[in-house]
Design a protein around this ligand. Structure first.
Ligand SMILES: O=C(O)[C@H](CS(=O)(=O)O)OP(=O)(O)O
Ligand SMILES: [Mg+2]
Length: 237
């Protein structure tokens, strides 16, 4: 949310629908590494030096012509991605990752690994949460997860300082979490801007998946030097 100088910070990138949810599925299902690519051309040109890598991603929500995979979490099953490198480009998510390039550490966030992610974030003094949004606009699904992360960190800390944007997100989440079920969260995601886009292309099930809390315990982390995403547990500090 907003523009901030991320140099040397711990950044957390959120694109609930669907890039960061899909990446978390890929990492949880044993992908070797995921390389976020800003453009289709970048992905294709990297493929020349990584010919065994899978090409994944979307434009307009749909799989890119000539690519192996789209942007649905279900496509990134263990059978398909285990041990594989993946070159991945999406409309909003991989742009948000690019915007974090100056950060020292970049986490990839989703509801499907919320608790594991927050346990790791709690070790850091200051974090910057970056919501991808949809085509430059703030989207509710990303704001809700930002709020859920802050709420989680507040629960586990003596005191926490938030800027106004983080507080607004936390207020939104605290309102949503009263009587929360997977169905009620999915319903909120479906009426968001990103949710409406996903519904328009007939992929409602992807939203239900994105609204599943704590399905995984992996914490995908993007190394700003090598520009690859792996499970944080397999990376050095
Ligand atoms: O594939 C997605 O869900 C979106 C594109 S759209 O909003 O559906 O057109 O991409 P993402 O980068 O994951 O927001
Ligand atoms: Mg999105």
């Amino acid at each position: 949310m907003g523009q901030a100088d991320l140099s040397g910070t711990v950044a957390v990138v959120i694109d609930v629908l669907r890039a960061t949810t899909t990446i978390t599925h890929a990492v949880a299902n044993g992908a070797d590494s995921i390389f976020p690519q800003l453009t289709i051309e970048d992905a294709k040109s990297q493929h020349a030096s990584k010919p065994t890598a899978l090409l994944g991603g979307e434009r307009g929500g749909k799989r890119i012509e000539g690519f192996d995979l789209g942007n649905s979490p279900t496509e990134y099953s263990r059978e398909v991605v285990s041990g594989k490198q993946i070159l991945f480009t999406t409309t909003n998510g991989t742009k948000a990752m690019q915007a974090c390039r100056a950060a020292e550490t970049i986490y990839i966030a989703s509801f499907v690994n919320l608790t594991a992610l927050c346990n790791e974030l709690a070790e850091h003094e200051t974090i910057q949460i970056v919501c991808a949004g949809t085509e430059g606009e703030i989207t509710r699904e990303d704001v809700l997860l930002a709020g859920a992360i802050v709420d989680h960190l507040i629960d586990g800390a003596k005191s926490i300082e938030c800027n106004d944007q983080a507080q607004i997100a936390t207020d939104a989440w605290q309102e949503a979490k009263t009587g929360l079920t997977a169905t009620s969260l999915a319903q909120r995601l479906k009426v968001s801007r990103g949710g409406r886009n996903v519904l328009r292309i007939g992929l409602e099930a992807d939203i239900d998946i994105a609204a599943t809390l704590d399905k995984f315990s992996v914490v995908p982390r993007l190394d700003p030097k090598t520009w690859e995403i792996r499970d944080s547990r397999n990376m050095g500090r």
